[in-house]
Design a protein around this ligand. Sequence first.
Ligand SMILES: Cc1cc2nc3c(=O)[nH]c(=O)nc-3n(C[C@H](O)[C@H](O)[C@H](O)COP(=O)(O)O)c2cc1C
Length: 456
Amino acid sequence: MHRGGDAGESAERRDAKIGGGRFRDLADEQIFERFGERGAHPSRDRGGQSRGYGGLALRVEQEQATGVVFVGWHEFRIGDGAGDRRGWHEFRIGDGDRGIEGPMHLFSPLGIRGVSFRNRIAVSPMCQYSCEDGFATDWHLVHLGSRAVGGAALAIAEATAVEERGRISPGDLGIWKDEHIAPLARAAAFIRAQGAAPGIQLAHAGRKASTFVPWRNGGGEIPLEDGGWPTVAPSAVAFHEQGRAPVELSRGEIGGIVASFAKAAGRALEAGFQVVEIHAAHGYLLDEFLSPLANRRTDEYGGCFDNRVRIVLETISAVRGVWPESLPLFLRISATDWAEGGWEIGDSVELARRAKPLGVDLVDCSSGGMVPWAKISPSPGFQAPFAERIRRETGVLTGAVGLITEAAQADEIVRSGKADLVLLAREFLRDPYWPLRAARLLGAEVAAPPQYARAW
Ligand SMILES: Cc1cc2nc3c(=O)[nH]c(=O)nc-3n(C[C@H](O)[C@H](O)[C@H](O)COP(=O)(O)O)c2cc1C
């Protein structure tokens, strides 16, 4: 058996191939010691044709008490001479004891900290506007639960308000009081029982709060006399020019909001969620601090980049303070405002770089929502390049979202290393069983729940 060195590449060249930076090579022996023969044969399953192997390059992605996650690139050759095919496999080793998972694809499992996701498909958070006083109902159990039944690896509950005034609408889900925990726990337990991980997005709507549920009164701002409430934001700048201006938060209140996110994370833990996603996208409160278009402050929370990202970094640290080391933390961002003078992808790369050491495991890359005059031209997978760039330049795991509807499209995003996870929103509203259908189309062996097995 030939191990390593076949390609005759120096470590530097290999590092360059995989993006350079903070990668370090492990000797093949170390890999063998740790993972046994599987470690050197990620492509052995391909008809037993494998003959020679090139160098192995691994970088340590996370070293946790729960295990080690590596991301590696393995050069392979298949064939016996002139017709050799050469290429690179990317693979991930999760949780130490699970071994190499083979080349990454839509149905390869993903280990993050102590959680093992059965594939790379997540239900993107989607407001259901179906609550009263923030309480989850049977709708949430069915909405999230049926998509877990349909094969998603992760179902993320919608933007869930960490403060009552942080709701987009009176129908929003909430987690600002302990009484909210019980119905959330019911949904989380059901999702988990289906083999999926339950996640929850923690949110504050900032200046975009206090609007009607979209299908009532045509949506839009609720007048104070009709039950609307004063909104808060980094600066007293309204979202719509003709809209009600929010109240500028004091420095003390900013600390209170950070603390509300942490308390909410504690409740999410009690409810049994395995993933928390901090919502810092779509022009809601945390995003409003990031963007110069909404943040006109002159104190340490406004002005330069360091100041504008401060509340997001503080929130990450506060949430990580209560969210266990064994559980993943995601951050959703708008990678760009799509508007002149606003937040841009380069800012997102730098934010991701700073968020990672504070304990963010995955950056969920959405975009837009900051100003009504943004110029966006959505097309299939249009936000995936943001996920790809952030992943490549920072080494953080990323999620791609936005007009991902086809099995092959989603598979390509994962295979080509654009993102580690795909999040689907509207396609999941059309078809809760999308992952099962995608598995059939891609030839992956995925079992439907036994109750439904006769249909698949
Ligand atoms: C009904 C609905 C509700 C949504 N609510 C949220 C939300 O609560 N939080 C969030 O970050 N994004 C929300 N989004 C955005 C989606 O998560 C997703 O980013 C967007 O729809 C693009 O993905 P798609 O093309 O697969 O629908 C919502 C989208 C829809 C359609």
